[in-house]
Design a binder for this molecule. Structure first.
Ligand code: ADP
Ligand code: ZN
Ligand code: MG
Length: 478
């Protein structure tokens, strides 16, 4: 008996507005607990929420980028439940009338075919506060309400995903789109993107879906994949042995690499949704949408295609550069007015990426700006330094933030292209290596490389390699 996996995802992404959804409190992360709160986001009696226009703008931007239908009329509703991180005892969300409906995201499935993952909706809501549980067992728990009222977009997919890998690719694609459109940084360590995973198993050929399990609040795509892989094994085993699954909400335990039950369906909430009596329905005119549509930045797919066509990059290189819009921007800025973009792409993919990994930094924290990188390339192209020296200069730029030209001057790394100077070194090397020279003359061609190496060593890598080759050959073959 073969089983098929069905997966649907719910993604909460924080929209990067400066102020909260319904009040003017700051959304800044990492501030003193409860320092960014007011009667509105604390839900004090009589306080009235007012929708932040920027939240709507970013919600529509994401909706357009995700191919959704933008609703002319949408409504905020109360989602009622009690929890200590929710002082109002209701969350303002959208239920019957969400801002964005339908929509889709394209991914490549595991057979390399394009696959469309349909979206059910992408609605606006506010975040809750954050509970901080003391490390000491039975110690006190604290609550920080700074996050209360921070805007979220909840993206819900249709049950279109079939494998953990597809889920991973879908999430990566969504994250790229949200970052490219500037609606969120999607920094998962700061909780700006959280995923709830729904998964069920059914016998192949069966039309009805199996009983789904929900795994809540995952903040790493790798863990999403692991949790799904674990669930497939667990559910298949139960079904194979004739057992039945009941609907559950589960949590992924990263230490055990396993999911554990949190609550059964019977304990699920009834949220008693109803329209928020304090907020007017949201009515969007078509020119508001048109304006956003016109300003929409280039999306990842289009950019990848353009990098291939315009800069002659391979699909693979283009994919890696575009996986972060910051790196893609860096590349394009470095290439400006430079004749050989492929060379710059290779440098970014090897040297720059290596530095980012080693120093655990983002590209905009790198001391070498795109302009500085291009100056380094100008020095190489102009023959002032060799490629080998360029690597040394680059490492120095990374640690000091100095310009390539300054480092070359300070360290005396300028390439030696003076024939007279090289001639002296070549003569020395020939005299010191008589045996190698005679080997070469006797037919051992590989001896030549050794001699070139000796000249480079004596000049500390500064001799122009082309000239060295030329002059050595001239002398040795005479
Ligand atoms: P609920 O009412 O429990 O919130 P929904 O129908 O709203 O369930 O679906 C929530 C998410 O679960 C969606 O992403 C949806 O695609 C997915 N989903 C629904 N049914 C299944 C299923 N049987 N197996 C896997 N995913 C499912
Ligand atoms: Zn507030
Ligand atoms: Mg639902």
């Amino acid at each position: 008996m073969n089983y098929e996996t069905i997966i649907g995802l719910e993604i909460h992404v924080q929209l990067n507005t400066r102020s909260k959804t319904f009040c003017s409190c700051s959304t800044r992360y990492g501030e003193r607990p409860n320092s960014h709160t007011c009667p509105v986001c604390l839900g004090l009696p009589g306080a009235l929420p007012v929708l932040n226009e920027e939240v709507l703008r970013k919600g529509v931007t994401a909706g357009i980028a995700l191919g959704c239908d933008i609703a002319e009329n949408s409504v905020f509703a109360w989602k009622n439940y009690f929890y200590p991180d929710l002082p109002k005892a209701y969350q303002i969300s959208q239920f019957e009338f969400p801002l964005n409906k339908n929509g889709y995201v394209l991914i490549e499935d595991e057979n390399g075919r394009e696959k469309k993952i349909d979206l059910t909706r992408a609605h606006l809501e506010e975040d809750a506060g954050k509970l901080i549980h003391d490390e000491v067992p039975k110690g006190p728990s604290k609550v920080d309400y700074n996050r209360c009222g921070v805007p979220l977009l909840e993206i819900v997919t249709e049950p279109d995903i079939r494998t953990p890998e597809e889920a991973y690719r879908f999430l990566s694609a969504v994250k790229e789109i949200l970052q490219y459109t500037g609606v969120s940084e999607c920094n998962m360590e700061k909780g700006e993107l959280r995923v709830d995973v729904n998964i069920s198993i059914r016998q192949e050929g069966e039309e009805r879906f199996g009983v789904k399990q929900e795994i809540k609040n995952m903040n790493s795509f790798a863990n999403v994949k692991r949790a799904l892989e674990y669930e497939i094994k667990r559910q298949t085993k139960i079904l194979r042995s004739g057992g039945v699954l009941s609907q559950e909400t589960r949590l992924f335990n990263t230490n055990k690499n396993a999911t554990v039950s949190m609550r059964a369906k019977e304990e699920a909430h009834d949220y008693r949704y109803f329209p928020d009596p304090d907020l007017v329905p949201v009515v969007i005119k078509s020119d508001f949408i048109d304006e956003i549509r016109q300003k929409l930045p280039e999306l990842p797919e289009a950019r990848r295609a353009r990098f291939i066509a315009r800069y002659g990059l391979t699909a693979y290189d283009s994919e890696i550069l575009c996986s972060s819009y910051r790196i893609a921007n860096y590349f394009e800025e470095a290439c400006e007015n430079f004749s050989n973009p492929k060379k710059i792409a290779n440098w970014i993919l090897s040297e720059v990426m290596r530095v980012l990994k080693e120093e655990k930094i983002e590209i905009d924290q790198c001391k070498v700006t795109p302009q500085m990188l291009r100056e380094l390339f100008d020095l190489m192209e102009g023959g002032t330094i060799s490629g080998k020296i360029a690597k040394e200069v680059f490492d120095n730029m990374v640690s000091t933030g100095k310009s390539a030209a300054l480092i070359v001057e300070e360290k005396g790394l300028r390439q030696v292209s003076d024939r007279g100077e090289i001639d002296i070194v070549v003569n020395d090397v020939l005299i010191e290596n008589e045996k190698v020279v005679s080997d070469y003359r006797a037919g051992k061609k590989s001896a030549f490389g050794y001699l070139v190496g000796q000249v480079m060593k004596k000049t500390e890598g500064k001799a122009n390699p082309k000239l060295v080759n030329e002059m050595l050959k001239e002398k040795i073959e005479k």
